[in-house]
Ligand binder design. Structure first.
Ligand SMILES: [Zn+2]
Length: 246
């Protein structure tokens, strides 16, 4: 059966002599598709099925996967290729999407988040740590791990000066309640506000918040640890991105 879908290439694997198997994030979920001859330089699928290409695909459904018959480019994030750090971050986003986005089910929120994040990385309009934190926390929320940031999990305090963000539990304790449980605060009020802001509203406003350098660093550590606490495995693409900054 023939069908068409807009899709972002979030993974590619070489197969055969010059073919790719690609993972596509579409509005209707993640699918796998075969792109014959797409690694030959002059093939019509060469650029449209490359990593991070957003294209409209003509697909045939097969037994185990789709076969791409043709593709038209919608958007290519070409500047990413010349920025190693931004590219590495984009590939980490893709690995997370591959893990978190649903297969053949509504994935429009993941796709919109991915396209917005790649656009900002490509245009270099926001700092990489800020884009990374928004992507991590929002993708975790879409995957069902929305942290409860409304108040202290023990006493309900909504505006503590400092607090203990409980990564595994997806909630926080105010400094007093943390102390009562012999825990150290690990988060500031400014970072709590940033988290509420980037998770709470429309996606197109989620990237527009200001946080000082220390706050952004703390937010980045917590959002990354939040991802790792819930997916319960390491991510080689994240290790690679972090190694670039050392
Ligand atoms: Zn409390």
């Amino acid at each position: 059966m023939k069908t068409t879908a807009d899709g972002l290439v979030i993974w590619e694997t070489k197969t055969g002599e010059a073919d790719r198997v690609v993972t596509l994030l579409t509005p209707n979920g993640v699918i796998t598709a075969y792109a014959k001859n797409s690694l030959r330089p002059k093939n019509r699928l060469t650029s449209t099925t490359a990593m991070l290409s957003y294209s409209n695909f003509e697909l045939y459904s097969g037994k185990n996967m789709y076969t791409i018959d043709d593709a038209q480019s919608i958007k290519r994030f070409v500047r990413l290729a010349s920025d190693v750090e931004a590219y590495a971050l984009a590939v980490y986003f893709c690995e997370l999407l591959k893990l978190l986005a649903p297969v053949e089910e509504d994935a429009r929120d993941f796709l919109t988040l991915a396209l917005n994040s790649l656009y900002l990385l490509n245009e270099r309009k926001k700092s990489l740590p800020l884009i990374k934190a928004v992507f991590e926390l929002r993708s975790m929320a879409y995957a069902g791990y929305l942290p409860d940031l409304s108040g202290c999990a023990r006493c309900g305090a909504p505006e503590p000066q400092s607090l203990r963000f409980d990564l595994a539990g997806g909630a926080y304790l105010c400094a007093e309640c943390a102390k009562a449980l012999s825990l150290q605060p690990n988060c500031s009020r400014a970072v709590l506000h940033a988290m509420r802001y980037l998770l709470g509203g429309e996606l197109n406003r989620a990237f527009s918040f200001e946080l000082g350098a220390d706050g952004l660093k703390l937010l980045g550590e917590l959002s990354e640890q939040y991802v790792l606490a819930h997916i319960e495995r390491g991510l080689s693409t994240l290790d690679f991105y972090n190694a670039l900054k050392l």
